[in-house]
Design a protein around this ligand. Sequence first.
Ligand SMILES: Cc1cc2nc3c(=O)[nH]c(=O)nc-3n(C[C@H](O)[C@H](O)[C@H](O)COP(=O)(O)OP(=O)(O)OC[C@H]3O[C@@H](n4cnc5c(N)ncnc54)[C@H](O)[C@@H]3O)c2cc1C
Length: 492
Amino acid sequence: MSQEVIVIGGGLAGSEAAWQAAQSGVSVTLYEMRPVEMTPAHQTDHLAELVCSNSLGSNLLDRAAGLLKQELRKLGSIILRCADETAVPAGGALAVGREAFSSLVTERIGSHPLIRIIREEAREIPADVPTVIATGPLTSPAMAECLQDLTGQEHLYFYDAMAPIVALESIDRSKVFRASRYGRGDDDYINCPMTRGEYERFVDDLLRAETIRLRSFEEEDEKFFEACLPVEVIARRGRDALAFGPLRPVGLVDPRTGKRPHAVVQLRQDDMAGTLYNMVGFQTNLKWSEQKRVFSLIPGLEGAEFVRYGQMHRNTFINGPALLEATMQCRSAKHLFLGGQITGTEGYIGSTASGLLAGLNVARYAAGASLIVLPHTTMIGALCCYVSSARMKTFQPMKGNFGILPPLGRKIRRKSERNTAYAERALIDLGEMIRECDLDVDMCRQDMFLAVASSLDRIPGQLQAPRGSNSGESEGQTEGKSGVSSRAVDFA
Ligand SMILES: Cc1cc2nc3c(=O)[nH]c(=O)nc-3n(C[C@H](O)[C@H](O)[C@H](O)COP(=O)(O)OP(=O)(O)OC[C@H]3O[C@@H](n4cnc5c(N)ncnc54)[C@H](O)[C@@H]3O)c2cc1C
C-alpha cells in the first residue's frame, strides 16, 4: 500500500484531514486551488479561510457545538487548536480573529514536514492513490463534474448566506450598549436596541426592499433556504418573527432605560484588532444598495460603513447515505474518502469533524490498518453516522445536535442536565476509543485543556476541571458505553 495520500481542498476539512494524515505518519500532498482559482466567497489565499461569520459557535459543553469542539480537541484537531489560540471575546461562544486564525492554520500546515501544498485546481480524482476530497460547498465546476461521474447522480443544491460586517468606528456608540446575553462572558457584544416603533419601521422597509434575483435552477431549490434563512425571508413569515429570532432581546437590558428593548440587533467582534463587527444572524440576499438603506435604520448604524455586504451562494453536497460509510470512505471507490461540508456535515465545526475522520482513515487505509468508526454516542460519530445512513430520499445536511445521539437510557428532565449527561458519556466513550485504537493525539493537549477549562470556569453548572491540573478530571457522575458509572470525565 502507498504511504502517500492526497487531500483535495485546503478549507477547514481539508486542512484538518491533511494534518491528521500527516500526524499519523504518511506523506500528504494537499491541493488548494486558491489563489490561482478563487471561489465566489473566499477572499484570500489562506487555508481554512472562514467565508462568513467569525464565530465557530458555542463553547459550552451542554450545547451540541460545544461538545463537538471538545471532542475535536480530544482528537488533537489542528483547527480547534488554532481557533483557541486566536479566540476573540464572544461570551459563551468560540469566535476567532478571522485573519489571525487562517494565517495560523496556513503556517502550521505549511511547516509540517510531511505535508506538501500544491496551489492548483485538482481537475480529476486520482485513480489509485488514497485521497480525501474536501472541496467544500463551493467545489470547482471541474471537480463537481468528477463527483457527478463518480456518484452517478445529480448534485443537490442549497443556499447559504453571509452576514454583513461593519466598521466599529462608524457605529454611533451613544445609541448602543455593550453586553452579553444573560451576562455570560464580558461585554462582548455591541447591542443595537430597537423600540417597537423602530422595529416596525425596519420590518416595513425590509419587506419592501429589493433582493438579488436568483438564477432559475436556484429558485427551484428554494426549500434549501431553510438551512440558513435570510432576514428578509424570516420577516415575510410574520411581523414578529425577527423579534423572536435573530433580533430577540431576551437576556439583554438597555442600561440607559433599565428595560429590555423590543428587539436587539447584536454585533460581534470579527477581527483580533476589534475594529470590525459582524451583524449576528443577518444573512441576507438584499441588493447591496438596499442593505445600506435598510440596515441604516437600525439604531446606531445610521452612518455605518459596511466593509462587507451580505451575500448568498449556492452550496453543493453529495447524497451521503447513497455513497459514504461512517468512516467517510466512499462505498464505490475504496481509496476515496470525503470530508467537510460536501458530505452534509454542516457548518465550520461539523465540516472540520468529518475532515478529521477522513484524514485519520485515509492514513490508516494507506498503511493497511483497519478503519475507525467513532462511537455513535459521540457528536462526531453521530454526525458521520447520520450522513452515511439517513434516509436517502429526504437527505439534508445536518448540524451537530443532541437529537442524533442515542438515548441516555434514563430520564433527565432538565435540558441542560440532560445535555451535560450526553456530553459526559460522549467524552468517556471517545476516551476509551482513543485508548483502544491507540490513537496518537498527544499534541500539546495540556494547554488546549487549560484553555477550555478556563472558558468553562465562567459557566455555572458546567463540567468543571480543576485549574492547573493536567489530569483533567471532572467531578461528573457518568455512565459510559460500558456501563461504568461514577467515573471522572477525561478531558485531556
Ligand atoms: C457563503 C457561505 C457562507 C457560510 N457561512 C457559514 C457560517 O457563517 N458559519 C458556518 O459554520 N458555516 C458557514 N458556511 C458553511 C461553510 O462553508 C462550511 O461550513 C465550511 O467552510 C466548509 O468547510 P469545507 O472544508 O468543507 O469547505 P471550504 O472551507 O469551503 O474549503 C474547500 C476548499 O477547497 C478548495 N477547492 C474547491 N475546489 C477545488 C479543487 N478542484 N481543487 C483544489 N481546491 C479546491 C476551495 O478553494 C476551498 O479552499 C458558509 C458557506 C458559504 C458558502
